[in-house]
Design a protein around this ligand. Sequence first.
Ligand code: 4NP
Length: 146
Amino acid sequence: MIKICFVCLGNICRSPMAEYIMKKKLKDLNLENEYHIVSRATSYEEQGNDIYPPAKRKLTEANIPFSNHTATRLEKDDYDKYDCFICMEQRNITNTLRIFESDPSNKIFTLLDKDIADPWYTGNFDDTYNDLDYGLDNLIKELEKK
Ligand code: 4NP
């Protein structure tokens, strides 16, 4: 079982979108039983909130199922619970490292080699979705090589 935690700032847009797109891709590949997928925030800004409605609309348009979501901030004891922490942008890496204090097992990565724009600020959920779709396909290819 590979345990993956997607990380963004608020856990209401990018990381839950990544979580549910990833779950759909894994299901389509019959790999859903081999992975455990969650998402978390680096801030308490949206703690307890559901996915942002425009992000839900984008997921629905793309036929990605999602369920009730509760935005949750990453905590120090999460480090040992997951195999990797896939961040949306460089700033998430900085903040994740601040929460964990160190990364002795090299578990913290960005999904792409560029920052994924925050649609909460840009309003552009299409670009975010396309970046996630591309990055997650590559992530699955990398994980399945191992
Ligand atoms: P996310 O977007 O990190 O993609 O979930 C954000 C949502 C809310 C806030 C920041 C980013 N906020 O500060 O409330």
